[in-house]
Design a protein. Sequence first.
Length: 201
Amino acid sequence: MDDSDIVKSALTEAIDKLGLIKPDAIERISHLLSADMTVHPRQTCIEYRKTGDQLSKEDKKANGINGNAFFSRNAFDDLTDLGRLNPLIAHQQTILRANFTVGRYHSLEKLKQIFLPGHGFKGIVKFIGSAPECPFCSDSDGELMKIEEAPVFPPPQCACAAPHYLFIPEISFLDNWNEPDQTESARGSLLTRFIRWFRHE
Ligand SMILES: [Zn+2]
């Protein structure tokens, strides 16, 4: 999976799950994702709604949109009936959900590179839940799992609208050591790479 595949898959999942945006709007809104997550979707979505021919004051009023808010006709066309119940959050919620999925994908890919074969470690990560009110996130919080089995996409049991659960590497030198004859230097270099991962280097 490359970068454009994960963006498309994450958006498709968010569109299907939340039902706020029409599936055929995917190409129009994919640029709203901030791949490095430096810009909040609130910002990119406001810019998007600002651009182009705007809804009339009457249309805005009829759809519960504040008269001062920007809302282009194209952006309004993206919305499903459900999305039109709360037009000002529909894009943002969808983009935010997809953005967290893309972020999880990249962080797991980085971790997989750290758990390179030959360094004696099994790839074990710890699940850090998104919200205590979500049964899945709270039940799974602190659970250890193999990195290959860590869910990038939110599982159906997750009730969060924009799940931001994540995974951190679980380092247990005694339990996760595959080959007891690994040298100290290999251990040292793995630690160095973990430290760099934590610092996002
Ligand atoms: Zn959840």
